[in-house]
Each structure stands twice: as C-alpha cells, then as structure tokens.
Write a protein that binds this ligand. Structure first.
Ligand code: ADP
Ligand code: MG
Length: 581
C-alpha cells in the first residue's frame, strides 16, 4: 500500500476511539500531494509535549529562486523569515480539537534576531524541511480520528502551503530578508579591518516597545540615530551599497550623558549587534564585533575556580582569589568573575552599563581612597585595570557611565548622549580632565595575571535526572533546567531566545556524553570542540530530541551557562603536567 494521504486517513479511521497509544501506528512517512509528512514521534498522552513532525519539500516544489540560495547568509535570512511566517500561520490555524494539546500546531519561531535554527532548514539545493509539533486530538485519552484527519490533512497542509510557497505570494519580501542578512554579515566583517568594535548606522531605530517587548518602538516617537561627524565612517554593503554611521573604535570608550537620554538603549543595541536582525527591526545595520560580551554584576551566582585576583585580592577570610569559588557571589566578585570568564572564552570587547554594574567594582574616588586605605580594601576598581586590559589582553571596553568623571582619565573616546543623539565629546573630556584633576591615586598594582587553565570535572556536569540520561527543559530564555539544576541565566543578556538556551543545554549534555568534558580539557578547549561540532555537523548533531527547537549560540553564552552550573567543579592546578601534550 502506498503511504499516501488516503492511506493516512484510513489508518486514522482504523484507530478511532482507541486508547491514545494507538496513534503510534501512524508514525513514519506519508506522501502528500506536494510534500512529505513525517510523523517522527507520537506524544505519550494528550497533555504531554505535542507530537514531533516534519514536512519536507523537494527543490522543485519549494521553487526558491537561485538568488535566495547563493550564500549561507542569504539562506539563513530566508529560513528565518519562513519559520516566522510558518509560526504565525500555525498560531492562526491552531484550535482546540479535544483534550490537552489536541489541535495545537507549533514551531519554534524566531524573534527579532536572525539565527540559524533547526526548525526550518533551507538546503543549498533549495530543498526545505520544517520541524514542528502537532497535538494529536483526543477526547479524554481516546483517539479522535475525525479531528486528527482535519488537523493532519487540512490544517497542516494549509499552514505549509501558505509559508512554503511564499515566493508565489511575496517574492520581494524573501529577497529582502536574504540580502539584508547578507549585508549585515558583510558590515560586521569590515569592523576589525577598520579598527572598529561596533558600527551603528545612521537612520537606525534603537528604542524597543518595552522592557519585555523587543520589537521596535513604533508610535512615531523614536528618534533615528545620527552619527557625530568625527566618528562617522562609511562601510560597504554588497546589496544595498555604502552606508554611513558611527564607528566605535577599539580602546576604551565611554558613553556619558544625563539620565534618560538613551545611553542604555544604545548599549543594548550594540550588545545585540553580535547578531543580525530582521528587516524592519531598526537594528539591521547595527553590528558589533562577534566577540563582544556584556558583563554585569549578578550577586548570588555561583563561581568555580576563577582567578579574580586582578580585581579582588585579600578577602577578609583569606579566601584564595586566584581560584575563587563561591555559591553566592557578591556584586563585585560576580562582575570580576564575568570579566575573567569572558576573557577566558576569547572576548575582545567588554560592554558594561552602570545600571547593572557594581559601583564599588567600577570606581573608588579620592575621598574613599583617603578614608579606607588600600590595605583594607580588597577591590582594585575596574577604572584601574581597564587600560591594562586593552594594552595587555587586547580587550576593548564600551562603558556606559553617567556618574563617574574618574573614567575621563582612562578613556580614548567619549560619546555623550543628548536627547538620543550622540556627540563626540572626547576633546572636551580631555580638557575637563586636565582642568579638574580628581586627585585620585591610580591603583595599578602589578601586571595583569595570565589565564590559568580551568579543567571542568566531568562528574560535576550532569544532565541526568532519574532514569533519563539527559533532561533539559527551558521555560524561558533566562532559565534552563539541566538535570536536577536550575541554571539562572537572567544575567546573560546576549542569550536571546529559548531555542538558544535549549541548544546550550543540549550542547553541554553532548559535551558530557561525548567525553568532551573529560577532566583534561580546559574551558576554552571545550568551547572550541563544541563550536567545531556545531559548525561541521549543524545543530542536529547536538539535538538529543530531534525536535528542531534549537538555535545557534555563541561560545560566550555557552561558557556563561557552564560557568553558572552550581555543581561545577574545576581543576585549576596550572602546574599540573598536561596529559594532552
Ligand atoms: P539612559 O540609559 O540614558 O538613562 P535609556 O536608554 O534607558 O536612557 O532611555 C530612556 C528612555 O528613552 C527609554 O524609555 C527608551 O526607550 C527611550 N529612548 C531611547 N532612545 C530613544 C530614541 N532614539 N528615540 C526615542 N526614545 C528613545
Ligand atoms: Mg541607563
């Protein structure tokens, strides 16, 4: 018997009113008129996570024009747009068809960022595969064949057709998603050659709808970005041509200005500029060095064996800060750890906002220096290390600091935000610094410590729970359940979606089961190995469930999750002979 739609209908009729487990009989592939439906895994009951299915289209049926496929960046832009529109249609078409999740159609659809995802794959030959979930209908726990037939033979094809024949409906739209994504990639590639760490294009619209809504502010009040003449640069785009904007040079950059003048909004756009954005986002042409990491204070987090002695030394109870571990970091120790961890993972740009920084970590002014002698103060403030981080470790910084003039002495570039417009006030800042000396004593005590290797203990990275070797759940982007642990990721602001958090959880589980975390490899070696796996074999390589619910992630956010595991133990004996040779 050919497994076509009619056969599927018959199979469903045959299990009507039987127990829910009977749905297992429809697992496997079914040929529809112009696509193949593969029912990969049937949910255990109507309340469990919906069943996993795939739809695949041949290049002939998908009929994507060659211009959409000619580069990886174009394909990613196309895939992201198709997944978003599939998600929208799936939502429209979903309805309750019985108990629990009956009738639901759901795909992991992207938000504002354009990330490689494994929910929708565009092959370089133009084939398409969509992975999503459907809630197979039940009354109580009994199969509802009639509803299932409508769901699988009407709803699913309708959602698929609307999206996958997108070229018929809106060819220009797809091309725009392809070319804008490619242009953004090119802009980012030009940064280092121009000595820049970030670029904010003129005309960009940076403010968001709200603190919990990342879509652009669209009430007409957004002031478009306009670069100050002295920082203006022109970069090239292969598709849309040259574009002007503000180039943020390497070194130490300060963003100053009065409260509510758009400083944090600018920094947030820059921090998200490590990713591309969909057309219409307002930040499509805001691009940042791929290794830029936002660091912040995050009191309460765990830290495992991090050398924070550059910033904190001589703690009251004599704790060793060259291999600092705690289950409850303070604001300053957490921020110090975040900086060292970013450096360990390879970050070349640090982003810091006063709103989320520990004051005693950032500054200690003249008066406080007089009141509390250096010997009684374990903290060497960031202001005394930030130049050294650039000269000795090649790390630039962009710092939003409206309240501390002490940084004028150490800044290469000073940008003032006024009414959401940037001004280059570097020269004025120099004059002010010369005319009004702070009297502050610089506290640079010694060279920047090197990076000792931290080698995670495999027993301390455990994704298992009960009988399940891997149990990973993500309820929101900022919370990953890894085995028995809740990993708090709210402080990792460049982690942008649940799909990313889930992928990071899966990657860590893969690292454990694949022996990548072997007690011997250091943290950067683990990150290298996982990066290689994902680059060479795609996200499917780490996808334990095969549900197509993962998105690409950076090594920095992967490291952030690893570093926040409360069970993590590391071997920091830098003098131990290396077994790896
Ligand atoms: P700051 O960090 O300087 O105190 P924020 O960046 O938090 O200021 O911005 C203050 C408010 O102004 C926010 O509500 C933000 O959405 C809004 N805002 C920021 N930039 C713009 C802009 N370019 N146009 C309109 N509103 C903006
Ligand atoms: Mg602010």
């Amino acid at each position: 018997m050919r497994r076509d739609v009619r056969a599927l209908v018959e199979a469903l009729r045959g299990i009507d009113r039987r127990g829910y487990k009977a749905y297992k009989e429809i697992q496997g592939r079914w040929s529809f008129q112009d696509f193949e439906l593969s029912i990969e895994h049937v949910q255990g009951d109507p309340f469990a996570d919906a069943s996993r299915v795939r739809v695949s289209l041949s290049p002939e049926v998908a009929a994507l024009p060659a211009e959409l496929l000619q580069s990886a960046a174009r394909r990613t832009g196309v895939a992201s747009h198709l997944a978003r529109s599939f998600g929208r249609r799936a939502k429209q078409r979903s309805k309750s068809r019985g108990t629990g999740k009956s009738g639901e159609i759901r795909i992991e659809s992207p938000a504002q960022e354009v990330l490689l995802q494994n929910a929708l794959l565009v092959g370089d030959d133009g084939s398409l595969e969509v992975r999503f979930r459907v809630g197979l209908p039940a009354a109580g726990r009994k199969v509802l064949a009639g509803e299932a037939i409508e769901l699988l033979t009407e709803d699913v094809p309708a959602v698929a057709a609307g999206t996958l024949r997108a070229t018929e409906y809106a060819p220009g739209e797809l091309l725009e998603h392809a070319t804008v994504n490619e242009d953004a990639e090119w802009l980012r590639d030009q940064l280092s050659g121009r000595g820049l760490v970030a670029f904010v294009a003129d005309g960009s619209s940076l403010p968001r709808r709200s603190g919990i809504d990342d879509r652009p502010l669209e009430d007409g009040s957004a002031v478009p970005f306009r670069s100050p003449g002295t920082l203006r640069v022109t970069l090239d785009r292969p598709n849309a041509g040259p574009i002007d904007g503000m180039g943020v040079p390497g070194g130490v950059t300060l963003v100053v200005g009065g409260g509510y003048h758009g400083k944090s909004t600018l920094l947030r756009a820059i921090e998200r500029g490590v990713y591309n954005h969909r057309p219409g986002d307002g930040r499509e042409y805001v691009v940042t060095d791929r290794t830029a990491v936002k660091v912040r204070a995050e009191d309460g987090r765990a830290v495992a064996g991090v050398d924070i002695s550059a910033f904190i030394d001589g703690l009251p109870q004599g704790q060793d800060t060259r291999a600092f571990s705690t289950s409850n970091a303070s604001g300053s120790t957490s921020q110090a750890a975040a900086i060292v961890e970013a450096r360990e993972a390879g970050a070349k740009v640090l982003l810091v906002d006063e709103d989320t920084a520990a004051t005693n970590f950032m500054i200690r002014d003249r008066r406080m220096q007089a009141l509390v002698p250096k010997e009684g103060e374990p903290i060497t403030p960031f202001v005394d290390r930030v130049r050294q981080l650039h000269s000795d470790a090649g790390m630039s910084s962009i710092l939003v600091l409206g309240g501390s003039g002490d940084y004028l002495d150490v800044a290469d570039t000073v940008i003032a935000m006024r009414d959401y417009r940037p001004e280059d006030v570097t020269d004025r800042a120099r004059t002010v610094a010369a005319e009004l000396p702070t009297g502050r004593i610089a506290e640079i005590p010694d060279a920047l410590p090197g990076l000792g290797a931290r080698r995670p203990d495999p027993d301390s990275v455990d994704p298992s729970k009960g009988r399940r070797a891997v149990s990973i759940r993500v309820h929101a982007a900022d919370r990953l359940t890894f085995g028995h642990q809740e990993v708090e990721l709210a402080g990792v602001s460049q982690l942008v979606s649940r799909a990313q958090a889930r992928a990071i959880g899966q990657a860590l589980a893969y690292a454990k089961r694949g022996g990548i975390v072997d007690g011997d490899r250091s943290v950067p070696e683990i990150l290298d190995a996982l990066e290689r796996v994902c680059r060479d074999r795609g996200l499917d390589a780490i996808d334990d469930l095969g549900a197509g619910e993962l998105a690409e992630f950076r090594r920095f956010e992967l490291a952030a999750a690893l570093n926040r595991l409360r069970t993590l133990r590391v071997d920091t004996e830098s003098s131990a002979p290396s077994r790896r040779g």
